[in-house]
Design a protein around this ligand. Structure first.
Ligand code: NIG
Ligand code: FE
Length: 445
């Protein structure tokens, strides 16, 4: 097993970092990277339009880490002159390798129990996502299993998923509740996420998604369920500080735009930040709503209309595209990434990891983004790092390799970033560094 799940210190603040170059101890250096993709923020945060292709690459790049954060970024020659390594310095030789910021996966659903592998046959037989859900499968099948599962089981499941995510280069994720759909089970899910954040090297940002589906006991009474969310779930979850964000599955037959608005305005009142699943199956004018509510990010957007896209362009909302979902649903249409990039809408990428779309790999998402949404490898990499950091409001701490930021880094066993989608369906990671510590090392296999 290549993953070392040694607990690492969380949330290193800039003020804790020693920026005095004379006295700072450099713990680890990476040298001779064929391409050091810094994702330098001078090309804009988030990266939009043509700048999505500007990765700010340093050839023969090098980087020094001190106490979990980045101390120096430059060429190997510059680094060696400034920080000559001593016998205690860990040296990673990245000759012929690609070095990038750790992947940030800003839209996942990892807290649940059970599987849904049987649904592929249903999809092959022509059933749609909503038909599977209406027949009691889909989200509702997962809700049944998740309600029954003890907290310890949800934590155990989450760890398995996180270990694999980390092996594939992910160092921070956002994850959601949404398979409990009653107050107790939603809180249990968010407690699992909280515990996983403490125990696992991957940083986890939590989102309350009580409005993921209408639970069976409220069938035909969606407004009453919305009332439970706003009057009971949100106040309790806010009081226990269990979620930074609130999300809604806004879709025809699930939650209407009016219901979505009611939930998110309540969440905002209680200090949570809004995000929305929009326009996945039909156009519900979700992009327009997201802009109106100043959502931090929106997910899916396969069917968003032009008026909504224009409104989104004028807002600060990040469009998080999730090509794994249309892939697993065998849809013809993907989100119109090219059009969005040309319009100057900031785009992030995420796995949307969930029991319908089970992939831990941001590498496969980059490949899907290139092959199905016609993004270039560089655009996809910007979307999976600096723009993904913006989608969860963490652009000051992560998403690029710059002095003062967290040392969350991937060393890939390929010479340049064009290989990421080119050599697809396999893990190209050589090492993952989280908070300045090597947490995955395939060279030790
Ligand atoms: O983002 N579309 C809504 N929610 C998830 C899927 C959840 C599930 O099918 O279990 C998504 O794709
Ligand atoms: Fe989702």
């Amino acid at each position: 097993m290549s993953v070392r799940s040694t607990p690492t210190p969380k949330r290193i603040k800039r003020s804790d970092q020693n920026n005095n170059e004379q006295t700072a101890q450099v713990d680890l250096i990476i040298i001779h990277a064929n391409e050091l993709v810094t994702m330098d923020t001078t090309y804009g945060v988030p990266r939009v339009g043509k700048d999505m292709k500007n990765l700010a690459i340093i050839p023969d790049g090098a980087l020094a880490i001190s106490r979990g954060s980045i101390k120096f970024v430059g060429t190997t020659q510059e680094l060696i002159a400034k920080f000559p390594p001593n016998e205690e310095t860990i040296i990673i030789d990245a000759t012929n390798k690609l070095v990038t910021p750790g992947f940030i996966d800003p839209h996942t659903h990892i807290i649940f129990d059970g599987y849904r592998e049987n649904e592929l046959e249903m999809k092959l037989a022509g059933m749609t996502y909503l038909e599977i859900l209406e027949s009691g499968g889909g989200i509702l099948k997962t809700v049944k299993a998740t309600r029954k599962a003890p907290l310890t089981q949800l934590i155990k499941n989450g760890k398995t998923i996180l270990n694999r995510m980390m092996e594939y280069g992910t160092t921070t994720i956002e994850t959601k509740s949404g398979y409990g759909l009653d107050t107790e089970s939603e809180i249990k899910s968010l407690l699992a996420a909280k515990e996983l954040n403490l125990e696992h090297p991957i940083d986890i940002i939590s989102t309350f998604l009580g409005a993921h589906a209408v639970p069976p006991e409220y069938k035909g009474k969606t407004d009453e369920y919305v009332e439970l969310i706003v009057s009971e779930m949100i106040p309790k979850i806010a009081k226990e500080e269990l979620a930074e964000f609130c999300d809604v599955f806004c879709e025809k037959g699930i939650f209407s735009t009016e219901q979505t608005k009611k939930i998110l305005l309540t969440a905002i009142k209680y200090g949570m930040k809004p995000q929305i699943h929009i326009d996945e199956i039909v156009d519900s004018n979700g992009a327009f709503l997201a802009a109106e509510l100043n959502a931090v990010q929106v997910g899916h957007m396969l069917k968003s209309n032009d008026k909504g896209l224009k409104a989104l362009k004028e807002s600060k909302t990040i469009a998080t595209l999730l090509p794994g979902t249309p892939f697993c649903l065998m849809l013809k249409d993907y989100a119109p990434a090219r059009k969005m990039i040309e319009m100057g809408i900031p785009i992030a990428l995420a796995t949307d990891f969930n029991p319908n779309c089970w992939t831990e790999s941001m590498q496969i998402i980059i490949a899907l983004a290139c092959y199905h949404m016609k993004m270039s490898p560089a655009e996809a990499l910007s979307a999976a790092t600096i723009n993904a950091a913006c989608a969860i409001g963490r652009q000051e701490e992560i998403g690029s390799l710059e002095v003062g930021k967290k040392a969350d880094i991937i060393v890939f066993d390929v010479p340049n970033h064009n290989f990421l989608p080119y050599q697809f369906g396999v893990n190209l990671v050589s090492k993952v560094i989280k908070n300045g510590k090597v947490v995955v090392d395939f060279e030790k296999l």
